[in-house]
Ligand binder design. Structure first.
Ligand code: NAD
Length: 260
């Protein structure tokens, strides 16, 4: 379905991003992966995508908190593949603390990586998409783009912001064959969720089991975590012809969390 297309997926050395990159490659897209981690492990993932799906896979280590590196990554993908047709803004970090204790440098990092990075990447990728009259922009937002939770001020702010950015870009690009949408998962079992458990234990005075059952899964009426493959399948759907009239949408995949 995506043969001849090229995708950049930010924050794809792990979790949701890696699953999305692999799912796009499975449909035939060339992919540029990005993110931090052990160099040998990243190279193994890159090589596995090529071996499993017969596409070109490249790695770019751009830091999503730095606008110039993001623009250079999009330029590198365009030079390598000839185009960037699909852009998935997915890199994200979390920090959990009461507002009065929230470290300003964590606030700045979360706004930069979870929100401003998408602006820089979209800004760089849209001219090529407009020229080719085809593009898919998918932003990994969150249930926290629609509702808040205590102790996540920066994350909730950034995710609400990404919803506004998505809608604005959708309107600006609507007549160019480009769609821009957000996917808003509830809790997906990834390293990002696992890493916030100790801080949530401290902030709320709970055990690990209480955090999983009484904080995380309490929000989700289905009482089940979303899987990375379910998120990836929605991203693939958004890249297809059946989704050409879905733009400016913020699609929930949250086990009913934001229905209540
Ligand atoms: P993860 O920690 O598994 O992956 C995050 C990725 O971002 C990694 O590849 C990491 O290296 C990369 N990254 C972090 N900082 C970076 C930087 N400065 N520059 C480049 N790459 C950077 O987390 P995940 O759960 O897969 O999260 C992916 C996205 O999904 C995030 O935007 C997150 O907010 C969102 N999300 C996650 C959940 C969840 O429950 N896991 C729910 C809703 C939304």
């Amino acid at each position: 379905m995506l043969k001849g297309k090229a995708a950049v997926v930010t924050g794809s050395t792990s979790g949701i991003g890696l699953a999305v990159a692999r799912a796009l490659a499975a449909e035939g897209a060339d992919v540029m992966i990005n993110g931090f981690g052990d160099a040998a492990a990243i190279e193994a993932e890159r090589a596995r995508i090529e071996a499993d799906f017969g596409v070109r896979a490249r790695y770019n280590g751009a830091d999503m908190s730095k606008g110039a590196e993001i623009a250079a990554m999009i330029a590198a993908a365009q030079a390598e593949f000839g185009s960037v047709d699909i852009l998935v803004n997915n890199a994200g970090i979390q920090h959990v603390a009461p507002i009065e204790d929230f470290p300003p440098e964590k606030w700045d990092a979360i706004i930069a990586i979870n929100l401003s990075a998408a602006f820089h990447a979209i800004r760089a990728a849209v001219p090529g998409m407009k020229a080719r009259k085809w593009g898919r922009i998918i932003n990994t937002a969150s249930a926290h783009s629609k509702v808040a939770s205590p102790f996540k001020s920066a994350y909730v702010t950034a995710k609400h912001g990404i919803d506004g950015l998505t809608k604005t870009v959708a309107l600006e690009t609507a007549t160019f064959g480009i769609t821009a949408n957000s996917i808003s998962p509830g809790y997906v079992w990834t390293p990002l969720v696992e890493k916030q458990i100790p801080d949530t234990m401290a902030a709320r005075g709970l055990t690990r089991e209480q955090v999983i059952n009484d904080v995380l899964l309490t929000a989700q009426p289905t009482k089940e975590f979303v899987t990375v493959d379910q998120v990836a399948a929605l991203a693939v759907f958004l890249c297809g012809d059946a989704a050409s009239q879905i733009t400016g949408a913020n699609l929930s995949m949250d086990g009913g969390w934001t229905a209540g």
